[in-house]
Design a binder for this molecule. Structure first.
Ligand code: SF4
Length: 949
């Protein structure tokens, strides 16, 4: 079958509206308020080797200091904004961090956490050398060891496990990766199914809802070009990609876009919105479906898009077999399907006014293809069935035809670069049920927060367990169950913590290996921040300064403070040692592409990637640079300035030759794999779903035993008002919101940030506070399903009545025998009764301390907040696998003896609750004995043969 060309006549006819426009705006003229490199007050790059500035500390004298300016990227959240490090030529130390104007996403701007990188690299409590535990695990005693000793010991242990076929006993558990594909390559070279991630406490819910629709699991909104923006979160002030998004949301608003925000808190985001909808947590899908109904009833939908790019024929055939197979009949059935979702029903469920629901729906309908929306964690991560929220939200994108358009919302991968590696190992031949158990065949992705319970049930054990910039004891729910698992050497043989700073999980490690911060490591970054595609290069800046000075180093730790290293080189060295004679075949995947037979080095690794970035070789050549040197110089490159409508890409001729078209669905199949779909007589790649279209109707949900969710619907949350006993003082606690100045457990080593934010009181509306007689500052006992925590109340009208909230950022702790993060940690006592009862009490709050940094004696704050997550039971959604964060809490006044910061948890109770939620699952196998639908993505995808039970 041959692909028909898109002729000039067709193009003109499309523009005039004579035929439907199936090609969209692929290269629109879209002026941006700031182009990369526009910010002219930044030092020009030709002066980055020697930039002179007056020393502010010498003021009023004018003393010039000379700097090497080296670009890198921020390591404090997932955005990877551009930074430039100012390295003092005299002292050889980094003096400060500014933005990088050449970074296409951040465009020279940063949030408070970017420049605070300087605090982190100069933190007097940082770990500078590899450490090995002395005495019992968790006892807090450490000795310094060499990298050589640590590498040899760990490599021998993994090598032994692999040669004995115990590949599933090796696991790597990552917080936020911050690199593109590096570890997938390493783990597959080892042939282990050992990737475990934090996704299930973060975005699994949202991912699942999106994935069902179009085979992509994340959104990439084009805020800057939108006419209407809907956020199911506080995303303008915090959240995923928030600095790049925030500047583009404001850019959109400056061009006239309207903003609506669903959030039970009057967040800074809500305060910037045109429509604040303080929806009851978990009711968001009901509101979104009511908006769908308004758009349908008022004929504001995009007929052309829906007719061509939704699998409506399949819906009619399967659900309404007698109905006429026409688009009009589909719309009629759709209106019937959602007739219950009236604006009044939405108001009843959510508290958002019906009139506002109608108004916002109309504005979305009128914005049409320029409607952008975003949901990442928030509602989709808080609720049982939270995935239904992103599914309903994407419904609005589909119905307005704003999927992948200018000013609409694209799939994430359309705006994300996938690097080509010098070597790609085969997929691993193992399926690890500790990460992907049969009970959760549809989960996105690993059931990582259940690991302690799986180990407790004896489902397996871990011989070598890496935690990489990852702190589950503190960040995850049910942290005491993690302490129990990590303390038991029969469950976890060797725990290696790779981390730039001490954390509550590293206290229970065998090795603590210091990894670099933003300016001390190599990583490749590319994220879906806007309607373009870019890459950025995180690089160790002192290493780069040494290279510029003609004094190159072999390993990054030679240039970094102490012996702080980076993961990239660590994994190469470890892998090489795991296979000393090459018999495991691991070494083959770490050989240089330029020097046959020799071990690859980090420069070669990145040179190969950059040589294969489309367009970069030409741009670099124009400056007389290699691709690697170009990235060292500018730190970023825009691969595609406009990335839209990629479903309209023609199926390549080579794939069409010998392909077969399904006469009923138009799906094009080549050699057993679907490669595209026929639409209006043309072959398009479409979307990676079974129908190659947006799937309003999901046969997958039917096949995998969830027929009640075949089409988008609203699922009542576990914290729905009907499930709470209000008379007994039960409330929904929203424990997920972020502060713009902190980032999970990464910012406890930044003095400026903890100075700004150091408490996490319970947000409570005056009506609720009056009920208990609370005033601001009073102690409150928050009873969860497995224990309680004692916090303070903040009475505010900025909270929806009937709901309470607590930021999860604060409450960092260390025991008296532990080190680290003294800017941010309370000193605590932890007692265990040996029968599952754990009690934590605060010995002292944050105190000034003596160090090389005079600021450490000037600490004036003393309240480090309260660790709430450790009192939460695990709530695994039976479908998406998401931990449903919102908690049913029973609020009461403190009991005699209760002190601020007190925590109690019974881990027997948390195990019981895990088992209760487990009962809700409908385990694999699915059709054909599958563990998981083949078309679903899977982190570190193993060999196809492993998908069958
Ligand atoms: S948003 Fe802030 S913390 Fe995140 S990468 Fe950008 S500067 Fe760093």
């Amino acid at each position: 079958m041959a692909q028909k060309k898109h002729t000039i006549i067709e193009q003109i006819a499309e523009k005039l509206g004579i035929i439907p426009n199936l090609h969209g705006e692929t290269e629109p003229a879209l002026p941006r308020l700031t182009e990369p490199g526009d910010l002219t007050s930044f030092p020009p790059p030709d002066k980055w080797d020697d930039w002179a500035e007056y020393d502010p500390k010498a003021h009023p004298r004018k003393v010039k200091r000379h700097y090497s300016i080296v670009p890198t990227t921020c390591f404090n959240c997932e955005s990877a904004c551009g930074l430039t490090a100012y390295v003092d030529k005299e002292t050889g130390e980094v003096r400060k961090f500014e933005g990088n104007p050449y970074h296409p996403a951040s465009r020279g701007r940063n949030c408070a956490k970017g420049p605070a990188t300087i605090n982190q690299i100069t933190d007097p409590d940082r770990i500078l050398y590899p450490l090995k535990r002395v005495g019992a695990r968790g006892a807090g005693q450490w000795e310094r060891v060499s990298w050589e000793e640590a590498l040899n010991d760990i490599a021998a242990r993994i090598g032994k496990a692999i040669s004995e076929g115990r590949n599933n006993e090796v696991a790597y558990h990552v917080g936020r990766p911050g690199h593109e594909g590096y570890m997938d390559r390493v783990l597959q070279a080892w042939n282990v199914d050992g990737h475990n991630s934090h996704t299930n406490i973060c975005s699994s819910g949202a991912r699942f809802g999106y994935n069902l629709w179009y085979g992509y699991d994340r959104p990439s909104p084009d805020h800057a070009n939108a006419k209407f923006i809907l956020l199911i979160s506080a995303h303008l002030e915090s959240g995923h990609y928030f600095n790049p998004h925030a500047q583009r949301i404001i850019e959109g608003k400056m061009k006239g876009a309207k903003l609506a925000v669903m959030d039970p808190r009057l967040s800074n985001t809500a305060s910037m919105s045109d429509y604040w909808m303080p929806t009851y947590p978990g009711s968001e899908a009901a509101v979104l479906l009511a908006m769908v109904k308004v758009i349908l009833d008022e004929g504001l939908y995009n007929r052309e898009y829906m007719e061509n790019w939704v699998n409506w024929e399949e819906y009619l055939k399967k659900v309404h077999p007698g109905a006429p197979m026409t688009f009009e009949s589909f719309i009629e059935k759709l209106r019937e399907e959602y007739k219950e979702y009236t604006p009044e029903f939405a108001e009843k469920e959510s508290g958002a006014k019906a009139a506002m629901v109608v108004d916002v729906a109309r504005q979305i309908g009128q914005a049409g293809t320029r409607f952008a929306s975003h949901n990442w964690r928030s509602a989709a991560s808080g609720n049982l069935g939270g995935w239904a929220v992103s599914r309903a939200l994407h419904f609005l994108q589909v119905i307005t035809g704003s999927v992948g358009t200018v000013g609409g919302t694209s799939p994430n991968t359309w705006n994300k670069f996938k690097p080509k590696f010098f070597d790609t190992p085969p997929a691993q031949k193992f399926w690890n049920e500790l990460h992907f158990p049969n009970e959760y065949p549809l989960a996105f992705f690993e059931m990582s927060f259940l690991l302690p319970h799986f180990l407790k049930e004896g489902r397996g054990k871990l011989d070598v367990y890496f935690t990489r910039v990852f702190n589950p004891v503190w960040t995850y729910p049910d942290g005491f169950s993690w302490i129990e698992a990590l303390s038991d050497e029969r469950k976890v043989g060797l725990h290696v913590a790779l981390t730039p700073t001490w954390n509550e999980t590293a206290f229970f490690a065998d090795y603590v290996l210091p990894m670099g911060l933003a300016s001390e490591r190599h990583d490749l970054n590319s994220y879906e921040t806007h309607g373009a595609t870019w890459i950025a290069f995180r690089q160790p800046v002192l290493r780069e300064v040494a290279r510029r000075a003609g004094k190159p180093v072999e390993f990054t730790y030679e240039a970094n403070p102490g012996e702080v290293w980076e993961e990239d080189e660590f994994w190469i060295e470890l892998s090489w040692r795991m296979d000393p004679d090459g018999s495991l075949g691991i070494r083959d995947h770490f050989k240089s592409p330029y020097r046959p037979g020799e071990k690859v080095n980090i420069d070669e690794y990145y040179q190969f990637i950059f040589e294969n970035v489309p367009g970069l070789p030409d741009v670099a050549r124009k400056e007389g640079l290699t691709e690697l040197d170009y990235m060292r110089k500018y730190g970023a490159y825009e691969v595609e300035p406009y990335s839209y409508n990629k479903h309209l890409k023609a199926v390549p001729e080579a794939q069409l030759n010998g392909s077969v078209v399904d006469p009923e669905t138009g799906v094009i199949n080549k050699d057993g794999a679907n490669v595209g779909v026929m639409v209006q007589g043309k072959a398009y790649v479409g979307f990676p779903t079974p129908s190659r279209k947006n799937e309003f109707y999901s046969q997958t949900m039917v096949d995998w035993k969830w027929p009640e969710y075949a089409v988008p619907t609203y699922i009542r949350s576990h914290i729905h008002p009907d499930s709470l006993n209000k008379d007994a003082g039960e409330y929904c606690l929203v424990p997920t919101f972020r502060l713009p100045t902190l980032i999970h457990s990464r910012s406890g080593n930044a003095k400026w940030l903890t100075e700004i934010s150091n408490r996490n009181p319970i947000w409570m509306h005056p009506e609720d506070a009056n009920r208990f007689g609370f005033k601001t500052g009073d102690l409150v006992r928050m009873n969860t399903d497995i224990g309680y925590f004692i916090d303070k109340v903040w009475v505010t009208e900025g909270m929806k009545p009937g709901v309470v909230a607590c930021s999860h950022h604060l409450g960092r702790w260390r025991r008296q025998q532990d080190a680290g993060n003294r800017w941010a940690t309370n000193t605590v006592n932890v007692q265990n009764d040996g029968k599952g009862g754990w009690k934590m009490s605060t010995v002292s709050g944050i105190r000034p301390f003596a160090s090389d940094d005079p600021d450490s004696k000037r600490i004036f704050w003393s309240d480090g907040g309260v660790h709430q997550n450790i009192t939460h039971a695990v709530h695994p959604d039976p479908i998406s696998g998401m931990h449903c964060w919102h908690q049913r809490v029973r609020i009461e006044r403190p009991q005699p003896g209760d002190e601020y910061g007190d925590i109690f948890v019974d881990t027997n109770k948390s195990f019981e609750i895990y088992r209760e939620w487990l009962k809700m699952t409908r385990p694999a196998p699915g059709p054909d004995g599958l563990r998981r639908p083949l078309w679903f993505a899977r982190a570190l995808r193993p060999d196809k043969s492993t998908f069958y039970l």
